[in-house]
Write a protein that binds this ligand. Structure first.
Ligand code: FAD
Length: 413
């Protein structure tokens, strides 16, 4: 592998990790990390949490200090890649410069879906994906009094909790009937709905945005589809993301809800792999190929890919998905995928907002949503990953404890 050149497009969570893991695995060839964002690769989760609250600075976001990349011979290029010439194994940067690869890794991530309404271009309207977004938002937060958040998903609600904690009046518009509906059970939604209400956040369900209004280029409020108006000096949207798959698509790679890869994370071209938010992949945890937007997925796929590129025995990528979100004093951790669950068992106390919701599908434990119960989350990850049998009846027994059950079944499963 000494003379091999690996180029990674996208210097986010997955791109950084595959470069670092390749070096850790002993890869000696050239590694080039091409990313279009300025500065040292950084993690996004704190952008909507501790960073926005001013609890951590920019250094804490960096995966590694700048000198790490030189010391590990990882060449960083700040540029956008505009084309892939697969037949020549060549990349074209927006500057016109070309780079050739032996193996290419696409880790181009995702970008915010932007609401298509009048006024979206006004000053004071933000998406939240990058450090630049967070810095702009942070400046504005200092003088904001009324914020409207579009979308009650993870990012929208994390921002709502931060803004409420900073004394800003917050309204959230949500098209659906409950918060984080795409990702969690109705019970967990209820806990977060009540928590946000207790922090003074008003979530308006079944409401959509018709227009954002402004004066002299600055936002002054939003107009709802039902004709109601809400004043605002800050609007933040969090209505999901779109995979950055255009580069791959133009190069003729198979696309299906992102870049389609196989269980080895290979695209339809054997010289090109893809990982992270941008890929849809077959998973033993889902009946259909899935695209996940999480740190766990980006990191685990990057590590699995580095192993394959180093010639480790090829195994299908099968890591159990897990996620987290921090909102106010609530930490929600989710192990597994709850889609299509038909039975739930609740452990803990909903009144104290310390619960774990065990989600069963066809008699099998498929996911556990733990709110302020980290020990349950760790146990759940092990139990689900091991396919340890557990029935809803057993979990409903008085005194049942997930961690104790995990330890007790370690030998047998
Ligand atoms: P990204 O980190 O998005 O990196 C992709 C990079 O590629 C970007 O820098 C992009 O600009 C660059 N790029 C794209 N196209 C090109 C091109 N043509 N040329 C060059 N560069 C290109 N996940 C969790 O699990 N828990 C959380 O609490 C959590 N909180 C989050 C909070 C926020 C505010 C955000 C935005 C995300 C959060 N996530 C969280 C999601 C997590 O950060 C992502 O899943 C993760 O960053 C995905 O990594 P990635 O490398 O696939 O994509």
């Amino acid at each position: 592998m000494t003379n091999t050149s690996i180029i990674i497009v996208g210097a986010g969570q997955a791109g950084y990790q595959v470069a670092a893991s390749l070096r850790q695995e002993g890869f000696e060839g050239a590694i080039t990390l091409v990313g279009d964002e300025p500065g040292v690769p950084y993690q996004r989760p704190p952008l909507s949490k501790a960073y926005l609250l001013g609890k951590v600075g920019v250094e804490a976001l960096r995966f590694r200090p700048p000198e790490y990349f030189d010391e590990h011979r990882i060449t960083r290029i700040q540029s956008s890649v505009s084309h892939i010439h697969r037949e020549r194994r060549e990349l074209v940067l927006t500057s016109g410069e070309t780079l050739t690869y032996d193996h290419l890794v696409l880790a181009t991530g995702a970008r915010n879906r932007v609401p298509t309404v009048p006024g979206i271009e006004l000053n004071g309207v933000f998406g939240l994906r990058s450090l630049a977004d967070a810095d702009g938002l942070s400046q504005r937060l200092g003088r904001a009094q009324r914020a409207v958040v579009i979308g009650a998903g993870f990012i929208g609600l994390e921002f709502a909790a931060v803004a409420a904690a900073r004394g800003i009046s917050v309204d959230v518009l949500e098209l659906g009937t409950r918060p984080m509906a795409r990702a969690v059970s109705t019970i967990t939604s209820r806990v977060f709905d009540q928590a946000h209400a207790s922090w003074g956040v008003r979530i308006h369900y079944g409401q959509s945005l018709a227009a954002i209004e402004g004066v002299d280029g600055h936002v002054t409020g939003v107009q709802l589809a039902n004709g109601e108006a809400l004043p605002a000096d800050l609007v933040v949207y969090g209505i999901g993301v779109l995979p950055n798959a255009e580069l791959a698509s133009e190069a003729g790679l198979a696309i299906h809800n992102g870049i389609a890869v196989d269980a080895q994370l290979l695209t339809s071209d054997p010289a090109i792999s893809a990982i992270g938010d941008v890929v849809s992949f077959p998973s033993p945890w889902s009946p259909q190929p899935i695209r996940l937007e999480s740190v766990q997925n980006a990191v685990d796929q990057a590590k699995a890919l580095a192993g394959r590129l180093m010639g480790k025995p090829t195994v299908s990528y099968a890591a159990l998905p897990w996620f987290w979100t921090d909102q106010g004093e609530l930490k929600l951790q989710i192990a597994g995928l709850a889609d299509g669950h038909d039975e739930t068992v609740v452990l803990g106390s909903e009144a104290q907002r310390q619960i774990s919701v065990l989600c069963f599908r066809a008699g099998r434990l498929v996911a556990v949503e733990s709110c302020n119960r980290p020990a349950d989350h760790m146990a759940a990850r092990k139990l689900i990953a091991r396919h340890t049998p557990l029935s809803a009846v057993e979990a409903s027994t008085a005194g049942f404890d997930l961690k104790t059950y995990e330890v007790a079944t370690r030998e047998t499963s």
